[in-house]
Design a protein around this ligand. Structure first.
Ligand SMILES: [Zn+2]
Ligand SMILES: [Zn+2]
Length: 241
């Protein structure tokens, strides 16, 4: 293997600034230790897109959600779990710990295994895109990092250049459901329609909140010719009532 001078220096500096410690218990050596990883409860069922999600016996949606463009959602775990929140937050805001995308991808893969979901081999993975400027500032797109690992493990192609964000929307955090829908409207476009025509698309993101972003992506992709669009996320926010 070629000696990579710069990445070697970068690793050395990162180890000093960010010593590898479990984000949950502080144990040294990894950002998420085995014990803490095993504490995360992974969803063993498929749930509908609804805000108070219903368990579904079969893949798809309940009749309340029939009108939604998104075909369904696979979400590994509940965002309310402290460890999950911490892992996702740190991946998003500290590009230095990009490797957090590994435990997060492992959660998704475990969920797919639990529910025995296999996507057709000619499906296409697409990470929910960030606006170019935001991606440049942050250095990377966390959905893309997770998507790359998933793609490799389930052997389904990923494309990161086709669905693009053309509107620099406000952060969805803190907005109501209606405001989120308005904010994200017409934010995306498809560059090459031919390559997604009649395809099953799997949209990847870290967290599913109201679903406004994924729904808008699904609309854009279906308008461009996609046959089905499914969501795949690490966590979802559930209104516990
Ligand atoms: Zn730990
Ligand atoms: Zn529903």
């Amino acid at each position: 293997m070629k000696f990579d001078f710069f990445s070697n220096i970068k690793d050395f500096i990162l180890d000093i600034i960010f010593p590898k410690k479990c984000l949950n218990c502080g144990k040294e050596g990894t950002f998420c230790c085995e014990d803490c990883f095993s504490l995360i409860s992974i969803n063993p069922f498929e749930y509908c897109l609804c805000e108070n999600p219903q368990k579904l016996p079969n893949t798809g949606k309940c009749f309340h959600c029939e009108k939604k463009t998104l075909n369904g959602l696979y979400s590994a775990t509940d965002f309310k779990q402290k460890i999950v929140k911490r892992l996702i937050h740190n991946l998003k805001y500290h590009q230095q710990i990009k490797e957090l995308s590994y435990p997060l991808s492992a959660l998704i893969l475990t969920h797919l295994y639990f529910v025995a979901k296999v996507f057709p081999i000619d499906s296409l993975l697409i990470p929910v895109p960030l606006f170019t400027k935001r991606k440049r500032r942050r250095g990377f797109n966390q959905a893309e990092e997770i998507g790359k690992i998933i793609s490799e493990k389930i052997n389904i192609q990923i494309t990161t250049e086709n669905l693009i964000r053309i509107k620099n929307t406000k952060q969805q955090v803190g907005l109501s459901k209606n405001e989120r829908e308005k904010n994200i409207k017409d934010a995306f476009t498809v560059k090459d329609k031919e390559s997604i025509k009649n395809k099953i698309i799997i949209l990847i993101d870290d967290v599913y909140t109201t679903g406004a972003t994924m729904e808008e992506c699904a609309k854009t992709l279906k308008k461009a010719g996609a046959k089905q669009v499914w969501g795949l996320t690490v966590a979802r926010e559930i209104n516990h009532q």
